[in-house]
Design a protein around this ligand. Structure first.
Ligand SMILES: [Zn+2]
Length: 270
């Protein structure tokens, strides 16, 4: 197998908030991401790993979620976001390549054939997989195609299909509507997935202030931890409060604090 073949089903895993050791990652990912075939995992660069899958099913499966929380032996959950590997990989940028499902709601059942569906889907991107939801065991009710596409290119709303009449050999053209499942947002300014230019805090600094004002003060501390350290890890991380490994006790600390401040305000009132 040469290098190019080996990169055919390659996915980059981005651990923004810390990661387990690479040997542990190699052991955990196949189990926790439900990988069925062979998988080679290596360290790529700064907070990024490269996962190369032997089969397309694993490639599609891993890319179908926005993020994973890999539970390591230390008990912490490390967030990993999967991205399609592209040859222009840069640590500071996220690829604009993504996968999504598309369907053709107006398409007649007669054309629910892989060749036709893949051919129609190729106007959007690279067709990867077909999903035929069945009414009964023989008749499909709708057809979806998983495509790999570039989030920066125009998304066509229709595809034209040329049909030949068997009786008189005359050609006619039908317009087929393309329906997209959720598409990840992409910001051209930050070169990151997950937000658009409209929601970009670099382009619109006023959004940062608005966000801070909208945030409830009590939960602010925990929010920060969840953002930067990963969900489970944050809960147990000792901070300026006396947190213990039991959530109940954390709650008690908070409740006591609230009750104390209420008591103080009662004292002032009477
Ligand atoms: Zn942005």
């Amino acid at each position: 197998m040469n290098i190019i073949e080996n990169l055919q089903y390659a996915v980059v895993g981005k651990f923004s908030y810390g990661a387990p050791e690479i040997n542990e990652i190699r052991e955990l990912i196949p189990k926790q991401c439900g990988i069925i075939g062979g998988c080679q995992i290596g360290y790529l660069r700064n907070r990024h790993i490269l996962m190369r899958f032997d089969c397309i099913e694993d490639y599609i499966k891993v890319l179908s979620k926005d993020s994973y929380y890999i539970i390591a032996k230390d008990g912490y959950a490390y967030q990993m976001r999967p991205f399609i590997y592209d040859a222009n990989f840069k640590v500071s940028e996220e690829t604009s390549q993504a996968t999504t499902w598309i369907s053709f709601p107006d398409l007649l059942l007669t054309f629910f054939v892989k060749e036709v569906l893949f051919s129609l889907a190729s106007v959007v991107g690279k067709p990867l997989q077909l999903d035929l939801a069945k009414i009964n065991k023989t008749r499909p009710s709708c057809a979806r195609v998983k495509v790999q596409l570039d989030l920066l290119t125009e998304k066509p709303e229709f595809v034209q299909m040329q049909l030949e009449n068997n009786d008189n050999q005359e050609n006619s053209v039908v317009k087929i509507k393309i329906q997209y499942d959720s598409l990840p947002a992409y910001c051209k300014q930050c070169k990151l997935q997950g937000h658009t230019e409209d929601d970009c805090r670099v382009l619109h600094p006023e959004l940062v202030q608005q966000h801070n004002e909208d945030r409830p003060k009590e939960s602010q501390h925990i929010d920060n931890k969840q953002l930067y350290k990963g969900a489970i890890k944050s809960k147990w991380k000792p901070t300026n409060r006396t947190f213990t490994k039991r959530t109940g006790e954390i709650m008690n600390v908070k409740v006591v604090e609230v009750q104390r401040s209420l008591a103080i305000s009662f004292l002032l009132m009477f």
